[in-house]
Ligand binder design. Structure first.
Ligand SMILES: [Zn+2]
Ligand SMILES: [Zn+2]
Length: 71
């Protein structure tokens, strides 16, 4: 049984559902996946909001979508 975790690639800014032990971004291939924000909030909220333009961490207000709009 594989746990599904929403992770963010801090290189390209993509949210995706990954396996808990996945380490490489599905989009850019860098090993820069984070499974939670710096404030400790996980990314469960992110997939539901993936289609929106503005996505902020509900815990600390960090803007995740500002960096790479084309990716
Ligand atoms: Zn990436
Ligand atoms: Zn946060």
């Amino acid at each position: 049984m594989t746990e599904r975790v929403t992770k963010l690639c801090t290189t390209c800014g993509r949210f995706r559902s990954y396996h808990a032990d996945d380490r490489f971004c599905i989009g850019c291939g860098y090993e820069t996946l984070a499974d939670r924000c710096e404030c400790g909030r996980n990314f469960d909220y992110a997939l539901d909001e993936a289609g929106s333009h503005d996505l902020h961490c509900p815990g600390c207000g960090r803007d995740w979508r500002g960096r790479s709009p084309n990716l």
